[in-house]
Design a protein around this ligand. Structure first.
Ligand SMILES: *Cc1c(COP(=O)(O)O)cnc(C)c1O
Length: 514
């Protein structure tokens, strides 16, 4: 093992050796009590042929403090929602209350066996049923399945419902009549929309946006006239952060063409408690519990993407459904598998149950007024940033944004400073970068979503940082172009990054060695 002698304490030098490099022969991190039973020979435990011959070789020999401090130091290199504002547009990186985490860890919920019979799982089934009812109320769509495990999974489930309804309505199975096969998707859509449509066997046609950033109704009508329309997948507010104010007309056009409207509800943080997709004419929607309803995300899951639909689509929802049985004065809950028109299961057991617990806890602790207030604060915060930065950055759309606002690098790029550079420089000011180069239809996009979790003080700090960067881009572009300057790993050559990241301290060592 290579020995390692840092010049000062590792958290000062920023020089963190690998846990392997910290290894010292003979060090251990545990001490077991003396054996008070007969030792079982290894052969009786694991037969020879199943044993690895590299046993323990190369594992680091370290003390408990070595391990705890090493990983604690590394943990401080991460940015997180608990550390500060996380303005990643389209992701709704809100702060999630610890209370919801605590509720999800209640033993009866956390340790319930997924195969427990209905009679022994009444509390969990009741929780799922209540959450379904709340989501139905929030979306204005009465049929709810909690099975889908992510937003994209909810999309796929939703358009499979559309497929099933159209086939049954048009009698495809009996008559061999042609299937309606075209799914219309605006060019501002999240990439998962066309992917879900394609995966579910639809042919995707793109609807363009107007200069105002909304769905082009003329283009939509023209596409509908071509026939074969199965439906439309529409995000509202759209990924430009704008409310599609013609949504009722859009739904009318699709319904008149014989299709159904799927709404991508990942942006519901702008609508909850204020407006309901069901009232706008939408037939089916998915929600991202891991954006809007308090499941922490960003680490790769688990998530939850419930699907909510009209009465007309409800028979096709995945099995089993959680239903309430009222007999005499007794209410019991059960899983109903007898759904002959169902598209079948899309996820094992009840979906990601822990996410359902968090979501219900979030909904109940906020209440109706609280949910509305969260939405209003999310929109107000985005508008405050829109207003605060409009003199420094190009804002391609005039309309006031909903929960997120898009700017571009148009002014800064004249000095050779691009969106990527601005995002990197933001790190030096202590913020996680915004979403960059999305939506794709906006050149040099910076999509900023503050969420309701930040107060005015933090918004002002963010605006200050962005204004400083705009000034630097004009007066001292090199500082922005070489950012970040305060992190352990400096600016990567993005093209070469995948091949060979450069550690700042290594680069510095090489400089001092030379
Ligand atoms: C996040 C998001 C999705 C996909 O959600 P996942 O849970 O990541 O699959 C879909 N559409 C929009 C608009 C989103 O923001």
């Amino acid at each position: 093992m290579k020995s390692h002698t840092p010049k000062a304490a590792p958290h000062v030098t920023q020089n963190e050796a690998l846990i392997f490099e910290r290894s010292q022969p003979g060090r251990t991190g545990y001490s077991l009590p003396p054996l008070d039973v007969d030792e079982t020979p290894l052969d009786e435990l694991v037969p020879e042929e199943f044993r690895r011959d590299d046993e323990l070789e190369g594992l680091p020999e370290v003390s408990e403090t070595d391990v705890v401090r090493h990983f604690t130091r590394i943990s401080t290199w991460n940015y997180s929602v608990d550390l500060g504002m996380y303005p990643l547009g389209s992701c709704t990186m809100k702060y999630n209350s610890r209370l919801n985490e605590k509720v999800a860890r209640i033993n009866g919920f956390a340790n319930l066996h997924p195969l427990a019979p209905d009679a022994e799982a009444q509390g969990a089934l009741q929780l799922l049923h209540e959450l379904q009812e709340h989501l139905a109320e929030i979306t204005g769509l009465p049929g709810v399945s909690l099975q889908p495990a992510a937003g994209a999974h909810g999309e796929m489930t939703g358009i499979m419902l559309i497929r099933a309804l159209l086939d049954s309505r048009d009698g495809v199975a009996e008559s061999n009549s042609p299937r309606r096969n075209v799914m219309l998707i605006p060019d501002s859509a999240h990439g998962t929309n066309p992917a879900s449509a394609n995966l579910s066997g639809f042919k995707v046609k793109t609807v363009k946006s107007t200069a105002e950033g909304l769905t082009d109704l003329e283009a939509l009508r023209a596409l509908c006239a071509e026939g074969d329309i199965a439906g439309l997948m529409l995000t509202n507010p759209n990924t430009l952060g704008l409310f599609e104010r013609n949504i009722k007309e859009i739904c009318g056009i699709i319904h008149d063409a014989g299709g159904l409207v799927y709404m991508d509800g990942a942006n519901m943080n702008a609508l909850v408690g204020v407006a309901r997709p069901g009232d706008m004419g939408v037939d089916v929607i998915h929600l991202n519990l891991h954006k809007t309803f308090s499941t922490p995300h960003g680490g790769g899951g688990p998530g939850s993407g419930p699907c909510c639909c009209t009465k007309e689509l409800e028979p096709f929802l995945p099995t089993p459904r959680v239903v309430k049985d009222v007999r005499g004065g007794d209410e019991t809950y059960k899983l109903d598998f007898n759904r002959p028109q169902s598209i079948g299961r899309v996820k094992a057991f009840h979906g990601n149950f822990g996410m359902a617990v968090r979501a219900l806890s979030y909904i109940l602790t906020h209440g109706r007024d609280g949910l509305r207030e969260a939405t209003e604060a999310a929109v107000l915060n985005a508008r405050y940033i829109a207003q605060g930065l409009k003199d420094d950055y190009d804002k391609p759309f005039d309309s006031p944004p909903m929960h997120e606002v898009v700017f571009t690098d148009k002014r800064q790029s004249r000095k050779g400073v691009h969106t990527l550079d601005i995002a990197k420089r933001l790190i030096d000011y202590g913020f996680h970068p915004m979403t960059i180069y999305f939506p794709l239809i906006v050149q040099g996009a910076m999509l900023i979503e503050p969420t309701e979790s930040v107060g005015r003080g933090e918004l002002d700090q963010f605006i200050y940082a962005m204004k400083q960067i705009a000034r630097e881009a004009l007066e001292d572009p090199e500082t922005v172009l070489n950012a970040p300057h305060t992190t352990r790993i400096g600016r990567l050559d993005e093209a070469a990054a995948a091949r060979k990241p450069v550690l700042r301290w290594k680069a510095e060592e090489q400089v001092s060695a030379a």
